[in-house]
Write a protein that binds this ligand. Sequence first.
Ligand SMILES: NC(=O)c1ccc[n+]([C@@H]2O[C@H](COP(=O)([O-])OP(=O)(O)OC[C@H]3O[C@@H](n4cnc5c(N)ncnc54)[C@H](OP(=O)(O)O)[C@@H]3O)[C@@H](O)[C@H]2O)c1
Length: 485
Amino acid sequence: MKILITGANGYIGRRLKAKLEKNSDLNLRLFVRNKKSVLENDVEVFEGSTFDEDSLRKALSGVDTAYYLIHSMGSDNYKDLDKLSATNFINIASECGVKRVIYLGGLGVKDKNISKHLLSRIQTGEILSSLDVQTVWVRAGIIIGSGSASFEIIRNLVEKLPIMLTPKWVNTKTQPIAIEDVLSYLEKSLYLKEKENLVVDIGTHSLNYKEMMLQSAKALNLKRYMITVPFMSIKLSSHWLNIFTPVPFSLAKELIDGLKSEAVIQNDNAKKYFPEIKPVSYIDAVKKAEERIKQNQVISRWDDKGGRIWEEVHKDEFHDAIFFDRKQKDISHLDKHKIYQSFMAIGGKNGWFAYDFLWTIRGFLDKIVGGVGIKRGRRDPINLRIGDSLDFWKVVDIKKDERLLLFAQMKLPGLAWLEFKIKDDELIQSAYFYPKGVLGRFYWYTLIPLHYLVFTNMINGIVKKSENSDQTKTNGKIKRTLKSM
Ligand SMILES: NC(=O)c1ccc[n+]([C@@H]2O[C@H](COP(=O)([O-])OP(=O)(O)OC[C@H]3O[C@@H](n4cnc5c(N)ncnc54)[C@H](OP(=O)(O)O)[C@@H]3O)[C@@H](O)[C@H]2O)c1
C-alpha cells in the first residue's frame, strides 16, 4: 500500500510516521513544506504545499491512502486557508484516483458556542467528505501525549500552582485520549473493509477539565486545590495560560475558546469498527506522557514544526541585516565535532552558558507582551532538528559539524538571528539584526553593552565546554566585530 502522510513534520504526523514505518507492508511517502525539516533517508519526501496544486499532484499520484494532518492555525485568516487547503487536496486526490483519505479532526458539534477553530476543523472534514474519495474522519478531543499543547498546559499549571483560581470552563466535559490510541485508530483505519465515508469519534471516559487537572496532580504525586470563580473571562484565562505555560497568548485564546462547548463523542463507531482498541484511562495517559519526557523520548511537540523555511522567507533581510555582533575564536587545538556538539546543546535546561537569568527576564518580558517566552525549552537535550523550538528561538538551519542558525521568535522591533559556525580553525558566533524603524535601531544600540556580556560569555562557554570534554586547552582570544549603521 502506498501511503501519503501530509503534515508529516507536525505533532501527529511525525509520530504517525514513526509508527507506520514499523509496518513493512506500507510504502510511505511524506509531504512537507520544508524538506529539510524531515531528514529521512528511508522514505520518499515530497516538498510542496496544499496551495500549490502541482506539488499536490506529484505527491498524490500513485497513492492508495492519504492522511490529511494539516491545519493553518497561526495564520490570521486560517479559516479560509483551511477551506482552500482541503478543497485543493480532495480535488486532486480524486483526480489521482486515491482510494481513501484519513483525516484527524476535532470533537465538537456545530452549535452557537462552537469556536472558530473547531468550526474550521468540522468544515475541513465536510469538504474532504464531499467527493468520490472515501474519507475516514477520525475526531479526537484533547490528546494526551508528551509535548502536546493540551498536556503541556495542564502539566505546567498543575506543577506550578498549588492553589488555582479557575474559570467556569473547567466544568466543561471532554473525552481526552492518549496519543498512542489516536495513532492506533489512524493506523487501523488503513485496513477498514467499509467503502463508505465514516466519522469515527474517539476518546476515553468523559471528564471535565477540573477533574483532568486533579487527576494529573495525582499522577504527578502533587496535592492541588482549585477554586472556581465566576469572573474569569476567556481573555483573562488566556493571559493566565500565557504567563504560566509555554503556550503563547494567541494559541491559549484559541484553545480556551474551544472549551466553551463540550467535546464529547457523538457516535459509537470507534467501538463498532475498532473493537480491538481499548483506550487507556486519562491518568495512565498522563503517566505515560510524563515518563516519555523524563526519558527524553519526545518525538514531536506542539510547536516543533517549521515547514515554513524561515531562512528562505527572510533571506533578503538576513543578508541585509544592518547590525551584527560577531565573535570569533580560535579552535585549532580542539575537536571540531565537540565544538559542534557544544553549541547544538545550547538553551533549554542546559542554559545559555552565562547570564541565564537575563534570558529568563527577556523570556518573561516577551510573555508579558504576548510572545512565546522562554518556557518552550528544547525537545531533546542533545539533538536539534530544523523546525524545533528552542526557548524563544526557532531552529532554521543545521549543517552537521558546521552550522546552527536560529531565528528569533520573541517580540522584537525587527528580525534577529543567532548563528554558530565552524570555519577552518575558527568558531564564529554572529547575532544579526534587521531593525524595523527608529525603535529597532534604538533597541539595538541600547542592548550593545548587554550583548557584549552575554555573547562574549556565550562563545567562551561553548569553547570551554568542549575543552572540558576534550582535556585540550586553547588560548584563543576573542575577536569582536560590530556592524552598526
Ligand atoms: N495535536 C492535537 O492535540 C490534536 C487534537 C485533536 C485533533 N488534532 C488534529 O490533528 C491534525 C494534525 O494536527 P497536529 O497537532 O499534528 O498539527 P501541527 O503539529 O500544527 O501540524 C500541522 C502540519 O500541517 C502542515 N501544513 C500547514 N499548512 C500546510 C500547507 N498549506 N501545505 C502543506 N502542509 C501544511 C504544517 O507544516 P509546516 O511545518 O510547514 O507548518 C504541519 O506539518 C489536525 O487536523 C488537528 O486538528 C490534533
